[in-house]
Design a protein around this ligand. Structure first.
Ligand SMILES: NC(=O)C1=CN([C@@H]2O[C@H](COP(=O)(O)OP(=O)(O)OC[C@H]3O[C@@H](n4cnc5c(N)ncnc54)[C@H](O)[C@@H]3O)[C@@H](O)[C@H]2O)C=CC1
Ligand SMILES: O=C(O)[C@@H]1CCC=N1
Length: 273
């Protein structure tokens, strides 16, 4: 699927960058068309690169790239945007997955005309991510197709109407996997409080979330609400538990506060410009 794409320069071979790179390689991107740039790659990334035949560069090679993907922390955005200039040609497309950093800032500091903001999540690593995407006007249908090909290797892709929508996607889906992993931790902790040994508590909590997520995927015509109701016997145990979780100060207001905090932080990261 990605046989004709590249060269793709991935700047930042960290958790998100490598999650996407795994998807691209699985989708047929040739390792010699993927250029990793990271001055400080982890040992697992170095191992992966040598296994697959990828070269890791200290800085961006002085050669026009078709696509440059920025997956570094927003805090180093200024330096990194200035450093990618040697790889930018007239037709290069810059795709940033950095939370908060605006298109205007990226245009200004990198000099790249075609800029796309994308917000993926780490399930990209197994092709089950979802990515929100927004581009500037210079990005044409051909560029969008290339971006779609790359991003679809990570899972679903949703093009957004406004740049601020990226901040909303960040708070819901970019950060969302962490909320679910924390739910596993919380469920295990509650199991322990109710008398289960720690190892057994984590085993039951983790597999319960894995199983529930699997059911959402397998039974994708059935709403989450219906799947919940399928578990809930009248006046049974689930009903008793949900009375707490669905109460006025239960999960909905907590989740609203959680997502609001993440969305506001995404907006703040953009304001530090
Ligand atoms: N981790 C996640 O779930 C998600 C992260 N993001 C975004 O992805 C970006 C990266 O986040 P993570 O992968 O979690 O961070 P990370 O810390 O795992 O990776 C960042 C990588 O950038 C490298 N780096 C630092 N300075 C560099 C430079 N000058 N040139 C090239 N590489 C450099 C680091 O050595 C590191 O390997 C952030 O902007 C974040 O907002 C977006 C969606 C989800
Ligand atoms: O925590 C963060 O800032 C990044 C963006 C979305 C997920 N991780």
């Amino acid at each position: 699927m990605l046989g004709d794409v590249g060269p793709v320069v991935l700047v930042g071979a960290g958790k998100m960058g490598m999650a996407m790179a795994d998807g691209w390689l699985d989708a047929g991107l040739s390792p010699d068309r993927l250029i990793l740039v990271d001055p400080n790659p982890s040992s697992s990334v170095r191992h992966k690169a040598s296994t697959v035949g990828l070269t890791i560069y200290q800085s961006v090679p002085d050669k026009d790239a078709q696509v440059i993907v920025l997956a570094v922390k927003p805090q180093v955005a200024d330096d990194v945007l200035a450093s990618i200039k040697p790889a930018i040609g007239d037709d290069s497309v810059l795709i940033s997955v950095m939370a908060g950093i605006s298109i205007a800032k990226m245009e200004k500091l990198s000099g790249c005309a075609k800029v796309i903001r994308a917000m993926p999540n780490t399930p990209a690593q197994i092709g089950k991510g979802i990515t929100g995407v927004f581009s500037n006007r210079a990005v044409d249908p051909q560029d969008r197709m290339i971006a779609d090909n790359l991003l679809e290797a990570s899972g679903d892709v949703v093009w957004l109407n406004e740049e601020d929508d990226i901040n909303k996607v960040t708070g819901v889906a970019g950060s969302g996997p962490a909320y679910v992993f924390y739910m596993v931790e919380a469920l295990a902790e509650a199991a322990e409080t109710n008398g289960m040994p720690p190892e057994m508590a984590m085993r039951f909590a983790r597999q319960t979330i894995v199983g529930a997520a699997g059911l959402l995927e397998y039974d994708n015509q059935t709403s989450a609400e219906q799947l919940r109701e399928n578990v809930t016997s009248p006046n049974g145990t689930t009903y008793a538990g949900l009375q707490v979780l669905m109460s006025e100060d239960g999960l909905v207001p907590l989740m609203e506060k959680t997502v609001r905090a993440a969305v506001e932080r995404a907006r703040e990261l953009g304001e530090d410009e």
